[in-house]
Design a protein around this ligand. Structure first.
Ligand code: SF4
Length: 82
């Protein structure tokens, strides 16, 4: 199952992830985004997704100006922005 990994500490709140995948991302009161269904630990969020959920989130990963959205396939290979 593919996985989204979000290194939230370095988020600059640009809103691009929300624009490309609004069902998965939202901006919080501190101005940074979160994965709406993600589990966060030590500032890093993770969410398992299905293949059909990949396209918008890959776009979000590519659009993130600080490169903090990683997407991995089943084997752990990075398929979003590297
Ligand atoms: S695209 Fe990146 S920097 Fe912009 S809000 Fe989303 S995670 Fe934060």
């Amino acid at each position: 199952m593919p996985k989204i990994i979000h290194y939230r500490e370095n988020c600059i709140g640009c809103d691009s992830c929300v624009l490309y995948a609004p069902r998965y991302w939202q901006i919080e009161e501190d101005g940074k985004s979160t994965l709406t269904r993600g589990v966060y630990k030590d500032g890093v969020g993770q969410l398992d997704i299905d293949d059909v959920e990949l396209p918008g989130n890959i776009e979000a990963s590519m659009a993130c100006p600080v490169g903090i959205i990683r997407i991995q396939d089943d084997s752990g290979k990075n398929i979003g922005r590297t």
